[in-house]
Design a protein around this ligand. Structure first.
Ligand code: NAD
Length: 270
């Protein structure tokens, strides 16, 4: 049997970064070979085990991705859009599988990531949990069956530190609903209502975001008709769920052909 795939975690000090480290350390199918944080972070140069409050781990936190990526078979990346675009280029050079959980990526960012995916495997998903990916499928089915007499609203809630809205997951759900109705999401998305907005436009897909406390992530897709409504709901209560999904994607991506994949591919839901 060959060596276990070597994994690098970027943004190790972040909420997801810490979970990803834990998931890799607990797995008997992968080993941690590197830890990356942003320039100037006080973990840089220190042993990861020690900054996490345990004994030495023999993996030092670095702000230079080149060396760790060159040693890795996969990079787990939940950071920021600018960092993720840069990491996709370096991971592609190293032919490492790049698992991207970062949300809030612009169209330009996605183009740059698409270019990197010509040379290496990229798995990108706004949500890495099995439940949410199943919810995406159910949303598409419901939108296919229910016509525009049912107004579709995506309502999400997250912790107070989240920087982007609507969440990547809410956008995935909106996209699935638009696909079910065979319309372009750009044309029907109604984001950020405030003031005298006028009546709701038939066929629109509305988004609203709640931010507060330590909410891990909640998503409702509401189909509101006359006299009845259907609510599809997912509630995440533990971030380790996303980390386990990301590690699963990294292992799944080994020895695949270069290209951009998502969790539907990993979970076999397509
Ligand atoms: P966070 O702010 O707690 O962590 C981000 C970490 O990335 C920080 O430690 C930051 O210092 C680090 N970072 C930023 N720029 C960097 C760089 N250039 N190099 C190295 N490290 C860098 O945020 P979080 O809650 O962990 O979320 C991170 C991202 O993951 C967000 O975009 C969030 O929406 C997304 N997310 C996705 C999923 C999913 O399942 N896809 C789940 C949860 C969060």
């Amino acid at each position: 049997m060959g060596a276990l795939p070597g994994i690098v975690v970027t943004g190790v000090a972040g909420r997801m970064g810490r979970m990803l480290v834990k998931a890799v350390l607990e797995s008997d199918r992968a080993r941690l070979v590197g830890a990356v944080e942003r320039q100037g972070h006080d973990w840089v140069g220190q042993d990861l085990g020690e900054v996490l409050g345990g004994g030495s781990m023999g993996v030092s936190v670095t702000d230079d991705p080149l060396d760790p990526f060159a040693k890795a078979q996969a990079v787990l990346d939940f950071t920021s859009p600018a960092a993720t675009v840069e990491f996709s280029r370096i991971a592609a050079q190293a032919r490492a599988v790049h698992v991207i959980g970062t949300t809030g990526l612009s169209a330009d960012d996605l183009r740059a990531i698409g270019a990197a995916a010509r040379h290496a495997v990229i798995v990108r998903a706004g949500n890495m949990s099995l439940g949410v990916n199943l919810l995406v499928r159910l949303t598409r089915m419901a939108a296919m069956v229910l016509d525009e007499d049912f107004d579709i609203e995506v309502i999400e809630a997250h912790h107070r530190a989240k920087v982007d809205a609507p969440s990547g997951t809410a956008l995935m759900l909106g996209q699935a609903a638009a696909e079910g109705r065979r319309v372009s999401m750009d044309e029907v998305a109604d984001r950020g209502r405030d003031g005298i907005t006028g009546a709701r436009k038939r066929g629109d897909i509305g988004f609203s975001a709640v931010r507060g406390g330590d909410i891990v992530g909640e998503h409702d897709v509401l189909f509101a008709g006359q006299g009845e409504r259907i609510v599809l709901r997912h509630v995440a209560s533990d971030r380790s769920l996303f980390a386990k999904g990301a590690l699963k994607a990294a292992l799944w991506g080994q020895d695949r052909k270069p290209g951009e994949y998502d969790m539907m591919d990993v979970l076999g839901l397509d």
